[in-house]
Design a protein around this ligand. Structure first.
Ligand SMILES: NC(=O)c1ccc[n+]([C@@H]2O[C@H](COP(=O)([O-])OP(=O)(O)OC[C@H]3O[C@@H](n4cnc5c(N)ncnc54)[C@H](OP(=O)(O)O)[C@@H]3O)[C@@H](O)[C@H]2O)c1
Length: 335
């Protein structure tokens, strides 16, 4: 049987969850596409990399098998693979080194999947055009709302519609903290609880200051509205200034405060905003509790269309599914 060979650049939470999910859908991929999916290369930051053109046994992989001197670019340049998955940590301020990884793989005519939103927020148009020129695909479903089909819905299901506005709650951490604070829990204790549950990072400042939401809104506007903005262009306010008194005052008026993302056009210019916003308690945003998120796209032919991400355990499987769904999209399109 022919094989589809996959290189994982980054093998942390997402990379490992994807490797497990790929195993679970191995038979499906064989039956549907007549291809055996194999992971032939893995790259990490501290442990180096490992390649095996015959396929790696990820279930029994240990870091002492890795070559410490094998860097990501070596794996991308010399590994034997058809699809490169960019799963390294995000740098919201530059999109690097992930953008260089993706650019190089595309130059080598490899399909690319990224869960890392940095390159899509910073360099989407260049990478999209390069992929097109090279005759390969660039997929990025997991960059916003994990495996929830945001891009897929817009690109595959709402074909022919022009998207004129994007609204939503795109950062689960801040939504969780605001929800906890509404219950009377302090800002600091809410952060600590999120850490205990495993989804708040050791340094949550990128979430709390609205950078993560800004990068996601930027990625959505670049892809779905064909803009060329960066996270720096977003008018951004985080949630650190929100107090329990603010939330109580809002509640007394039948409202809630949510960290809303809003992308729209004003006099033909793209405007992106991430701000704590008062919303009516019956509003779509108000019913998004804890780690739920949603995005509404406003289209010229179909009006508003919304997708919601519900909480799920294990949460990382949502992200892994985003990567898997991109792989299945590539296989479908290249069949
Ligand atoms: N976790 C989520 O829920 C989620 C959801 C959506 C999107 N994402 C995105 O998915 C990506 C991966 O997230 P994650 O949670 O899996 O992160 P993670 O657990 O921190 O794993 C990152 C992996 O990348 C490796 N790495 C770091 N620098 C590298 C480099 N220069 N070259 C090659 N490998 C490198 C790390 O190796 P070392 O550990 O040895 O440094 C590790 O294996 C991020 O961009 C994240 O924003 C994550």
């Amino acid at each position: 049987m022919d094989r589809i060979r996959i290189a994982l650049i980054g093998y942390g939470n997402v990379g490992q969850a994807f490797a497990r999910m790929l195993k679970r859908r191995e038979d499906y991929i064989k039956e549907t596409f007549g291809l055996e999916p194999v992971i032939t290369a893995i790259s990490t930051g501290r442990h180096g990399g490992i390649t095996n053109a015959n396929g790696l046994d990820t279930k029994n992989l240990t870091y002492d098998m890795f070559d410490k001197d094998l860097k990501a670019m070596d794996v991308i340049d010399f590994g034997e693979y058809d699809v490169m998955c960019e799963l390294t940590p995000i740098n919201i301020m530059t999109g690097q080194p992930a953008t260089d990884h993706i650019r190089r793989a595309l130059e080598l005519k490899k399909h690319v999947i990224t869960a890392n939103k940095g390159p899509i927020a910073w360099h989407y148009r260049e990478l999209r055009d390069l992929a097109k020129k090279q005759g390969v695909q660039l997929c990025y479903e997991a960059t916003v709302m994990d495996g929830v089909p945001v891009y897929n819905m817009a690109q595959e299901t709402l074909k022919g519609c022009k998207i004129t506005e994007i609204k939503g709650i795109l950062n689960a951490t801040t939504n969780f903290i605001l929800t906890e604070m509404e219950k009377g829990i302090s800002y600091e204790d809410a952060i600590e609880e999120g850490r205990r549950q495993g989804f708040v990072e050791a340094d949550p400042s990128m979430d709390l200051d609205g950078w993560d939401a800004s990068a996601k809104l930027t990625a959505l506007m670049n892809v779905l509205m064909d803009e060329t903005i960066t996270p720096m262009d977003i008018d951004r306010i985080g949630i650190s200034g929100i107090t329990k008194e603010d939330l109580d005052k809002a509640a007394a008026e039948g409202k809630k405060i949510k960290l809303l993302c809003h992308g729209y056009l004003k006099d033909g210019k793209a405007i992106g905003e991430v701000k704590p916003t008062l919303v009516d308690k019956n509003d779509m945003a108000a019913i998004m509790d804890a780690t739920m998120s949603y995005v509404t796209v406003n289209t010229d032919l179909m009006g508003e269309v919304t997708v919601v991400e519900h909480a799920f355990e294990p949460e990382i499987d949502h992200t892994a599914y985003g990567v898997l769904s991109d792989l299945l999209r590539i296989l479908t399109n290249t069949r």
